[in-house]
Design a protein around this ligand. Structure first.
Ligand SMILES: [Zn+2]
Length: 95
């Protein structure tokens, strides 16, 4: 259920309530002064939450703005290329 913002004109109280999208009231009772409080227009809260998917998106977005500086490639260090000491290998054609 989405969260809707309401603002009481009598006491100035601003509060949020959750209602189903099929039954959005135009006004609700203010929890502080019991006067009718109309629904207020608020910005969509698209970034509110703490899910793993949102953390991944934030981390991915952050790499575009502030990439991490590394001094070496990640993973194990590369092994040196083995060199043959066999004299017969010296006679093989070179690429
Ligand atoms: Zn009120």
């Amino acid at each position: 259920m989405p969260t809707y913002a309401f603002a009481c004109r009598a006491c100035g109280n601003a509060f949020d309530q959750r209602h189903s999208m099929a039954e959005i009231p135009d006004q609700v009772e203010c929890p502080e002064c019991s006067e009718p409080a109309p629904r207020a227009i608020s910005n969509p809260r698209l970034g509110v939450g703490n899910t793993t998917a949102m953390k991944l998106q934030d981390a991915t977005r952050a790499t575009a703005d502030a990439p991490q500086v590394v001094t070496q490639l990640p993973g194990r260090p590369r092994k040196p290329t083995p060199v043959s000491r066999n004299p017969l290998h010296q006679k093989l054609p070179r690429p």
